[in-house]
Write a protein that binds this ligand. Structure first.
Ligand SMILES: [Zn+2]
Length: 128
């Protein structure tokens, strides 16, 4: 579930600054008042009476990212290697490689459009 993290840092000669960060939220942060108490949402962080209501733009937001359940297991694909896969016409090659989130990306226009293409499929099939 979402969690509000508060960090404080002191700047010489100034008041202690507080920063807020929402981790795992499904909705962007906002502040609200409920029964006379102020909260940062989502996460139900109750602001103390002496705490200023933060600006929404000052609240960092790290949305909840579901893990892909059916992520293909690619034990034979090296993360630092660029694989060249022949185009369907056979006269050029597209570059397929693992991106930082662990899925394959292709340089062909079809991948850019649909986020999948036969080059990625082909590489996966030949790598299992
Ligand atoms: Zn492709």
């Amino acid at each position: 579930m979402s969690k509000v993290l508060v960090s404080e840092f002191a700047v010489a000669g100034k008041e202690v600054q507080r920063t807020y960060a929402i981790h795992g939220g499904l909705i962007p942060p906002f502040t609200m008042t409920c029964n006379g108490e102020r909260y940062i949402m989502p996460g139900w962080y109750k602001l103390k009476a002496n705490e200023a209501t933060p600006d929404i733009k000052d609240i960092a937001y790290y949305p909840y990212k579901p893990k892909k359940a059916n992520q293909p297991n690619l034990p034979n694909i090296k993360s630092n290697k660029v694989y060249k896969v022949k185009s369907s016409k056979g006269n050029s090659f597209y570059e397929v490689q693992l991106n930082t989130s662990g899925s394959l990306e292709c340089s062909c226009p079809g991948y850019g459009f649909r986020r999948k293409c036969r080059h990625v499929t082909e590489l996966m099939q030949t790598s299992i």
